[in-house]
Design a protein around this ligand. Sequence first.
Ligand code: ACO
Length: 433
Amino acid sequence: MTENIILKDDHNEFKFPVVVGTENEKGIDISNLRSETGYVTLDPGYGNTGSCESRITYINGEKGILRYRGIPIEELAQHSDFIEVADLLIWGSLATKKMRERFTALLTDNALLHESLKHHFEGFPFDAHPMAMLSAMVNALSCYHPVLALPQNPREIEEAAAILISKIRTIAAFSYKMSRGEPFIYPKAKFSYAENLLHMMFSLPHEPYEVHPEVKRAVDLILILHADHEQNCSTSTVRMVASSGANLFASVSAGIAALWGPLHGGANQAVIEMLEKIHSGNMDAKQCIKMAKDKDSGIRLMGFGHRVYKNYDPRAQILKELSKKVFNVLNYEDPLLDIALELEEIALKDSYFVERKLYPNVDFYSGIIFRAIGVPKNMYPVFFAIGRLPGWIAHWREANENKKSRIARPRQIYTGPAKSNYVPIEQRPDRKP
Ligand code: ACO
């Protein structure tokens, strides 16, 4: 039996159906709210708004559960690899050996950049932020693959996905090389996805880059953990841009721009900057926590808190363990890890963080691992974007294939001036800057 929610005003009663998800999460379907009642809802930040029904990722923020297409993140982290996870997210089930080989071959075929696209790098200043380059270059891919940018059938989606997943890694590595004034290094077909990323970033023509197998695995695991997170800011951006009919590459480019912000994918960089500040002696861990609790300080404990998780982010748990493993195999020590552990210990006992259910999120430990591997800070969000790409593609596909989807166009409550008349320029009062 359909459950309904009754909404009453002074004169009328309105009934709205409840939509129930696989895990019994419930949403009130208010698609007829305005036409029936004249009201709209007001939900700044969309904390209470479901923008779509989705079959891709399930999160239970209270219990700290994350599943891609039904499979727990812990199982994928243990048994899978990034390319298998990417394929799973996009197509909805685990690939057979034959399917997997086909996708891998497509990725290899698409690893290089068109020579003219390569010249775009020369148009950027050498110190350009790699996220700006990434967003621009991914958008530019629309010009090189205009047909596949709007894929119409599964074969075209597969090819477009391979272009994006393979080339984003090359673009990322080339932007790093550009910033260092070093020659571009081309991918090798025999290398795994993560290994190729490290190879293109860190190899030099005269000295190859030897990478420990555990480091390759760590990078692959980080990409898996970032691969999707349902309707987060960047994914919602991708879906919103897609809703206008915009092509896949343009939609992903917008997603990269959204991810760049320090409250989202830029937080991993911000966490390390915060830890460095503590380490350099400008403040200690206790002072940092004190400032994060003071609303007037304008400081937050970066890498802590999450819109959905009101428990330990399961990805942060895995990354915390991974950081210790990577440090071990590299025989590496970093005072920033000790500071992070201390901050976590203080925060998790502090009533401010306990009452607000603020726990470490995925960004709290990822930067510490990147640092150990030698990835510079401004590339951390780039790794996040490479990881998140399969999720964006899966959501773009889901949104596009939904015959009921409409252009995303929220309403507002206007609070500006009431109707007023145009004033000739000589009669206008001074405006305070
Ligand atoms: N440090 C201190 N206080 C915090 C923090 C934090 N990191 N996060 C939230 N709070 C406080 C808020 O000030 C607010 O307090 P109040 O109720 O007294 O006003 C309360 O906790 C709720 O916070 P909101 O801002 O309403 O939570 P929201 O869901 O809007 O924001 C966000 C989530 C953006 C992640 C926030 O926790 C934050 O800014 N964290 C730091 C940045 C960060 O790590 N971002 C990465 C997120 S994960 C990702 O995108 C991959």
